[in-house]
Ligand binder design. Structure first.
Ligand SMILES: Cc1ncc(COP(=O)(O)O)c(C=O)c1O
Length: 431
């Protein structure tokens, strides 16, 4: 699962006592484990080793440059969706030939930036976008490489409606029938060469079956395209592999690989994976301090010093995050992380943040150990879609990010200051 574990009632990140760390850094703070981050990358690579895939870590899930550097030095490529993410990948010294660039709205400037950088593939989301990339590449006297994002019309009912992307009606990619027409129109384009197919069916996908269905459809398409004379040498199967938000709920990397690898072996295809959360989610936690206890009717509220402005997943996707005090009686040490915990002395509690929105809730009517003002609480599996989605709503500063490596900890992003919060507004300039 991860390297955030209790020892005699005290939560540690690897060998760092989190209460001691919070005393130095203050709260709230994001804390990452290097061992978990790289361990997940290596386990995924091992599970899919037979395919020798290019693993393009999805920067959108957690994009701190220092974490990207660790992954890049392990050989990871990067999946980016903006000029800003590409810039991060460049600063992290990622191998540009292992960068794939998705996103439905790439601007001319971003396309030029990608061509200049020599990225591996643009993942093409529409015919209009392809024509624009080809025309920009022609003007630059360069040849771009493209993977057509195909929408396999797969719906995974277990995936949240806001993160389900494989249906025909989503804004992403083109459907299979259109894919064939796409190659008839652009298959021989000399300025942007479409030699790959890209899939990304949503996230998190809690079982291998949707991948099997989508890949099977993609392989039929690839056979047809090859039979028509087009060169298709690469299949990018996207990301979406689940993370351990709750113990035992998600398949292991090996479970996905056991279902996927036999389909793709010996197909003469280079395989690309775009994992995000499965690498980063459990590599990070958000540590917060209890500010106040309050009653509302019969409810007991615990109000903490972080909220939806730092971790929006519960408010945005009704996402579940396990949370627990960092110091507990040994009888209340969680050996599993579940919504319903069966341990002595727990109380029904709502954990809420300070933001002026009623959706600023981390836990509703959950059985938790009793807490006091000043206690620390860890919100687990917060490494993915946590800090990257953090905002300054209510003019709150964003928290620092700390990287733990064994018994060492390093600030890899400092806590924002009020000065930084207003800096871009202090000097006006005529337009
Ligand atoms: C194209 C693409 N690839 C990869 C990912 C990463 O998904 P996850 O973090 O669930 O692995 C996403 C997430 O939205 C995506 O849109």
């Amino acid at each position: 699962m991860d390297d955030f574990q209790y020892r005699s009632g005290q939560l540690f990140a690897e060998d760092v006592n989190l209460d001691e760390l919070a005393a130095k850094v203050g709260t709230p703070m994001y804390v990452y484990s290097k061992k978990t981050l790289l361990g997940h990358f290596k386990k995924l690579r091992k599970a899919f080793a037979e395919l020798n895939p290019i693993i393009c870590y999805s920067i959108k899930s957690c994009g701190n440059i220092n974490l990207l550097k660790l992954l890049a030095s392990e050989g990871s490529g990067m999946d980016v969706v903006s000029g800003g993410e590409l810039y991060r990948a460049q600063l992290a010294n990622a191998d540009m030939s292992k960068v794939v660039y998705a996103g439905v709205g790439k601007t001319d400037a971003e396309i030029k930036q990608g061509i200049d950088a020599g990225i591996g593939y643009f993942n093409i989301e529409s015919e209009a976008e392809f024509e624009n990339i080809a025309s920009i590449a022609q003007q630059m006297g360069q040849v771009a490489h493209a993977a057509l994002r195909v929408n396999p019309d797969i719906y995974d009912p277990k995936t949240h409606v806001k993160t389900n992307t494989g249906k025909k009606e989503t804004k992403f990619g083109v459907d299979i029938e259109r894919a064939k027409r796409f190659f008839e129109s652009y298959g021989e384009n000399p300025h942007c060469k479409p030699t790959a197919i890209h899939l990304h069916i949503g996230s998190p996908i809690y079982s291998p079956e949707p991948y099997v269905l989508a890949i099977t459809k993609a392989l039929i398409l690839i056979d047809e395209l090859r039979a028509s004379g087009y060169t298709i040498d690469t299949l990018d199967i996207g990301g979406g592999f689940a993370a351990d938000y709750e113990s035992g709920k998600s398949p292991d990397w090996q479970d996905y690989a056991d279902a996927i690898v036999p389909l793709l072996k010996d197909k003469g295809l280079k395989i690309i994976l775009e994992p995000g959360r499965t690498i980063s989610a459990n590599a990070g936690i958000l540590v917060t301090r209890v500010q106040y206890l309050k009653k509302g009717g019969n409810k007991k509220f615990v109000i903490v010093d972080t909220g939806m402005h730092h971790l929006i997943r519960p408010a945005m996707y009704d996402a579940f995050h396990f949370l627990w005090p960092t110091q507990v009686d040994s009888s209340q040490e969680p050996t599993v992380r579940k919504e319903e915990m069966d341990l002595p002395g727990l109380q029904l509690t709502d954990v809420v943040g300070p933001v002026c929105e009623s959706s600023d809730v981390f836990a509703k009517q959950r059985m938790l150990p009793p807490m006091q003002r000043g206690d620390l609480l860890a919100i687990f599996s917060a490494g993915a879609y946590g800090m990257v989605m953090a905002s300054n709503y209510n003019a709150m500063v964003r928290p620092p990010e700390i990287l733990v490596d064994g018994d060492q900890s390093l600030t890899i992003r400092h806590r924002e200051t009020y000065e930084q919060l207003v800096a871009d507004e202090l000097q006006t300039s005529p337009v």
